[in-house]
Design a protein around this ligand. Sequence first.
Ligand code: FES
Length: 104
Amino acid sequence: MSGEGWIPVCDAADVPCDGVRRFDHGARSFAIYNLGGRFFATDGHCTHERQHLEDGTVMDGIIECPLHMGQFDIETGEALAGPVCIDLETFEIRNESGRLYLRL
Ligand code: FES
């Protein structure tokens, strides 16, 4: 897959089940999630104080920031629990034959 803003990320198998993995592209950094075989992508940095979410905790479709325990809905990016109040940007992601692609 190429064009239309799709960029290769990694193999789907490289994202742990119910876990998160960091992906950097140019000046941007993303968090890639595997929720029981469904994949999602958000901006990699918490909207509170820019802590990267790669070390956060994934639980029941929520990512908890490791610094101050703010929480976001992984699928929608919605800020759910303080101190975060600004939603995370989300991105389309596709699994093509076991390879993940993210749309910028
Ligand atoms: S940096 Fe994420 S909750 Fe503060």
